[in-house]
Design a protein around this ligand. Structure first.
Ligand SMILES: *Cc1c(COP(=O)(O)O)cnc(C)c1O
Length: 231
């Protein structure tokens, strides 16, 4: 199916999920275009999509630069991939948001490298809710300390939390993981009112995430098709 049709169908599903679960707040759609060509980003853009997520710094920066060269300035770019601390600069210089901040060193680098002329970089803390060792993300118990660090850095704005659930169809596991992140989000936002974003839910687990209080789902496969190379 065409990218534009896929986006309408995801938006319709988000609307239905919100109704089914009595969710009153909006749930934003982040289109995850990692590994997909610039033409796919443009097809989504022409369908009205404005929020895009990318995982690989080099590939993403090339797309962002091409957009700017084409005079497109109304896309909001979210970096959602794992960040190595020696590769933060191009991300700090181009992205609007970094969703995958999971340690103090990354926060401090992004803060130092964010150009003073730009608006503060919006950041979310990535929390490892599935408990898998190979997954990125801070432990739930580390998040409060990281939030304190992020909130104290002048070139960052602490906006929320991101989590990736276990790759499973077991609804009870998904519900437990998403609820744990939602509880943490509610606690932390009392202390840090700038936190307004709870990013959870992907192609396979969107409904469970919305039911648990997600404010942003990150959808790749359902919009752009399967990825030919692994994440
Ligand atoms: C790739 C990716 C997604 C999108 O996953 P799909 O299953 O293709 O929708 C969402 N979030 C993160 C962090 C990703 O790396």
């Amino acid at each position: 199916m065409a990218i534009a049709d896929n986006i309408s169908s995801v938006l319709e599903d988000i609307r239905e999920c919100r109704i089914r679960h009595g969710v009153e707040h909006p749930v934003d759609l982040l289109a995850v275009s990692k590994t997909k060509p610039y033409e796919d980003v443009m097809a989504a853009y022409e369908a009205g999509q404005r929020l895009f997520g990318e995982s690989y710094a080099q590939e993403a920066c090339a797309k962002i630069d091409t957009c700017r060269r084409d005079g497109i300035r109304d896309i909001t770019w979210f970096f959602i991939g794992p960040l190595q601390s020696n590769k933060t600069r191009p991300v700090a210089e181009r992205f609007d948001w970094v969703m995958s901040c999971d340690r103090e060193k990354i926060l401090r680098r992004l803060n130092e490298q964010r150009p003073a002329m730009m608006r503060p970089l919006n950041v979310c803390l990535q929390v490892n809710i599935s408990g898998e060792e190979q997954k990125s993300g801070a432990a739930l118990s580390e998040a409060a300390d990281l939030a304190a660090v992020a909130a104290g850095l002048p070139h960052l704005c602490l906006r929320g939390l991101m989590g990736i659930a276990l790759d499973t169809r077991d609804q009870e596991i998904l519900q437990n993981e998403f609820s744990a992140l939602a509880d943490l989000f509610r606690q932390l936002r009392q202390r840090y009112p700038s936190m307004d974003t709870l990013s959870m839910g992907m192609t396979a687990d969107m409904e469970a995430a919305i039911a648990a209080g997600s404010t942003q789902v990150r959808i790749g496969t359902r919009i752009f098709g399967a990825r030919s190379r692994p994440d």
